[in-house]
Design a protein around this ligand. Structure first.
Ligand code: SF4
Ligand code: SF4
Ligand code: SF4
Length: 388
């Protein structure tokens, strides 16, 4: 582990300490003016409210113009959960996950933008309903909305007030920590399940609604630092293999004037740490031109989409593999997730996510099973009728 990686892990862990500190300050000491997680920021902005949460979102989005998606790599609490899930799954030596990791497989859905926009819609749905019912009323409010109001433990209840089953809890320190632990448990469980199914960083690659807002700001400003070639690359590909976002760094710097232009880069610097030849740096300055030849890249430009032996579709331009499902399956999986998440959210807003994510995965597994079964049946009937 490099020193930089250690610092990043500490930063991601400290975000959770901050969240705990923030909630304690709010619930136990009644300090209600405080920075807020981005969770309420986008809905606040959409509702026309400028508060601590929405200012935080504006700062995060603005920072992209200079640092790129450094927020994702170093600050976002979900990233912490995702990387913890990666660490835990490796420690547990789960064969499926080891296979995914060893082969550097990052499974995706072909239409992940549909899913991300859908997730953004879900995030904004309460605001859309509110604006529909009460009208758009812009205001400035120094007070942030209650922190994580729908988390277990809020208002002295274990679940949402609307849940058919509930437990009264008095907001003692013990109950507060129980509630925080439960929230963390949900967050990490979601990450473990998604990572196990789709590989490292799955939530970011497949479902994060915030990416829908972040990505359009990437690579717009000349001030934005990017991973850049500062010496001759040997094409060893260690950087590409190290990237948790599945970016083919080695090819990116070959094809795009020495810069990683992939919109999924989260500035984790794993590629820089992996390069023993010190070829990479994070800078807005121009890259050093590549004069040494890299014959494999000259001969084979970005690979065309191909069907792999395991049935997934590969496309080396994004170094991702895709599930062979069409846009209809993607759209319906989103609806299934929405409905199931809606049902589990009766236990409190945060319970939306476990319900939605689990149903999303199960539904897609069923679709993949049916797809394989249909194609097997077709092959068999073709063989039987002597067409093959
Ligand atoms: S993509 Fe979304 S979940 Fe992932 S780190 Fe960025 S903001 Fe967090
Ligand atoms: S390209 Fe480098 S900095 Fe960007 S996500 Fe990949 S490893 Fe991290
Ligand atoms: S940038 Fe470094 S690690 Fe990546 S292919 Fe070139 S020499 Fe290898």
């Amino acid at each position: 582990m490099t020193r930089r990686h250690k610092y990043r892990m500490i930063a991601l862990a400290l975000v959770h300490v901050y969240i705990a500190f923030h909630m304690i300050a709010w619930h136990i000491f009644g300090i209600e003016i405080w920075g807020k997680t981005a969770m309420m920021g986008v809905p606040s902005l959409a509702k026309g409210t400028i508060n601590a949460a929405s200012i935080m979102v504006i700062l995060i989005l603005g920072s992209i113009l200079i640092f790129g998606r450094g927020f994702c790599g170093w600050v976002c609490h979900m990233r912490g959960a995702i990387e913890f899930a990666d660490w835990a799954l490796l420690k547990l030596k789960i064969p499926r996950y080891q296979k995914i990791r060893d082969k550097n497989l990052l499974i995706n859905t072909p239409h992940r933008w549909l899913l991300r926009i859908g997730a953004l819609f879900v995030l904004l749905l309460p605001v859309i309903i509110l604006v529909h019912n009460t009208g758009f009323q812009p205001k400035v409010s120094a007070m942030t909305p209650p922190p994580l109001a729908d988390l277990p433990g809020y208002e002295g209840k274990a679940f949402a007030k609307t849940a058919w089953f509930n437990i009264d809890i008095n907001p003692t320190w013990h109950d507060f920590f129980t509630a925080f632990g439960l929230a963390l448990f949900i967050q990490f469980t979601m990450s473990v399940v998604l990572n196990l199914r789709y590989g490292q960083g799955a939530f970011c690659r497949v479902l994060c609604p915030y990416v829908t807002l972040m990505v359009p700001l990437m690579n717009r400003s000349p001030l934005q630092a990017k991973i850049t070639r500062v010496a001759q690359c040997t094409g060893c590909r260690d950087c590409s293999n190290a990237c948790p976002q599945g970016i083919d760094v080695s090819r990116e710097i070959w094809h795009f004037d020495g810069k990683v232009t992939n919109l999924e880069c989260i500035k984790c610097y794993a590629c820089i740490d992996a390069c023993d030849d010190n070829v990479l740096r994070d800078t807005a300055l121009p890259a050093v031109p590549q004069t040494d030849r890299l014959k494999p890249y000259e001969k084979r430009p970005w690979q065309q989409e191909v069907v792999r032996k395991d049935g997934l579709l590969s496309n080396s331009r994004h170094m991702q593999v895709f599930e062979p499902l069409g846009p209809v399956a993607d759209f319906v999986s989103l609806i299934v997730a929405l409905v199931c998440g809606g049902i589990t959210s009766r236990f409190g807003g945060f319970w939306f996510y476990p319900g939605a994510i689990l149903s999303f995965i199960v539904f897609r597994e069923c679709c993949l099973f049916v797809t394989r079964w249909v194609s097997e049946m077709r092959t068999r009937s073709a063989v039987a009728s002597g067409k093959v």
